[in-house]
Write a protein that binds this ligand. Structure first.
Ligand SMILES: Cc1ncc(COP(=O)(O)O)c(C=O)c1O
Length: 381
């Protein structure tokens, strides 16, 4: 029997055709397909500038560098997130403060950001990283109010949230439009809304930030417009470029994004319908009506203590039934690289104890989903 993964890419003949055609072009990197992909992303997200790069991690690094964040600048970020933003901030030498997350949906809240600022008596904050765990952009606008009050940059680690929208004054805005953030980053890893194999995207509306993104993405090189052989180097940059081959896949996938989102929504609604009122010890996050999610994850919380069980036991039970669930994420303070041990993030701890991401991907069929639901229900017997 084959395992049901928690996520996987959806590729079809049109993806294969575009990728295959791209290989015959004169330029297979820094060529026309990269430009086309960036233009289409910009149109889709309704932002002024959109740049593709080699990964979501590279996108986050580019975002920090482009905002001119430097050693000892203060940055706030969720205590629960994929390690990428923490590692990139550490590599720059930023001073990191963790914000506790909501114990059910795993996202930071404006209230928790305020608590972090007060508890640590923070004065000059350079940036806040937000992360829309699972693709549900809660509070995008409310974080912006805090930005205005404290005058920091907002970097959206929106690696889960390509295609998600939030409502502001009766209009919906795409995450990535940067209406309420300075800069937004996405991942194009195979498990995300769309994929380019590996890849990332950075968006902004500010021309000064945009210039920096382009520079840092390619060695800090500034080319002379009239002499192709001449260039200056004005930043210590990187090679974070995405090839035309990868961009061909991303471009083809972007054409299908509405279909992907629709499929994911259907799976989400089926889980919700089946599991919502099933047991007081199974809690599903409730999200605001003012968002249209990307449905990257379906998160459940099982109150294991009440069942006299634990998460390891449940994960093993699922594996024995050929189902692979996942943990999004282990709190960053749990890792060996985190040296300070005098932490206490009560809600993050609880989220870590109870939250599990169930399989959700475009071609997860009803039969497989019914099996997952049945196996979960049986666990409570
Ligand atoms: C929330 C979040 N941030 C950052 C990343 C890093 O993206 P990538 O794997 O494309 O480098 C990921 C990818 O797993 C992610 O889920």
């Amino acid at each position: 029997m084959r395992f049901i993964p928690y996520g996987r890419q959806f590729l079809d003949a049109s993806d294969k055709k575009l990728v295959s055609n791209s290989i015959s072009n004169d330029l297979i990197t820094t060529g026309p397909i990269v430009t086309k992909f960036e233009i289409n992303l910009k149109k889709y997200l309704k932002c002024r500038y959109s740049y593709v790069c080699s990964s979501g991690t590279a996108a986050i690094h580019l975002a920090m560098l482009s905002l001119n964040l430097k050693k000892n600048d203060i940055i706030l970020m969720p205590a629960v997130n994929f390690i990428a933003s923490y590692n990139m901030a550490k590599n720059i030498g930023l001073k990191i403060y963790f914000v506790d997350v909501d114990e059910i949906n795993g996202q930071i809240t404006p209230k928790n950001v305020l608590e972090c600022i007060k508890k640590n008596s923070l004065k000059k904050i350079s940036a806040l990283i937000t992360m829309f765990n699972g693709g549900y952009p809660e509070n995008a606008k409310n974080f912006y109010d805090l930005k205005k009050k404290y005058n920091f940059f907002i970097i959206e680690d929106a690696c889960h949230a390509l295609g998600a929208e939030y409502k502001f004054r009766n209009n919906f805005f795409k995450v990535g439009s940067c209406k309420h953030a300075d800069i937004c980053t996405f991942s194009l890893h195979p498990l995300k809304t769309i994929t380019s194999g590996e890849g990332g995207v950075v968006t902004t509306n500010a021309s000064s930030i945009a210039k920096n993104i382009k520079l840092y993405r390619s060695h800090g090189i500034l080319r002379d417009k009239n002499k192709h052989w001449k260039y200056d180097v004005i930043k210590n940059g990187y090679n974070y470029r995405l090839s035309d081959i990868n961009s061909a896949l991303g471009l083809s996938q972007l054409n299908k994004i509405n279909f992907f989102l629709k499929k994911r929504k259907k799976i989400y609604l089926n889980y919700l319908n089946e599991l919502k009122n099933f047991s007081p010890n199974l809690i599903i996050p409730e999200y605001s009506k003012n968002i249209k999610p990307s449905y990257h994850l379906f998160i459940i919380n099982i109150i294991f203590k009440k069942l006299n069980k634990n998460k390891n036991h449940f994960m093993k039970y699922l594996i024995n039934n050929y189902i692979i669930a996942q943990q999004h994420y282990i709190p960053i303070y749990e890792f060996s690289i985190y040296k300070k041990k005098n932490y206490f993030y009560k809600a993050s701890k609880k989220y870590y104890e109870n939250a599990i991401s169930l399989p959700i991907y475009v071609d997860l069929d009803k039969k497989k989903q019914d099996k997952i639901i049945k196996i979960i229900k049986n666990y409570f017997d």
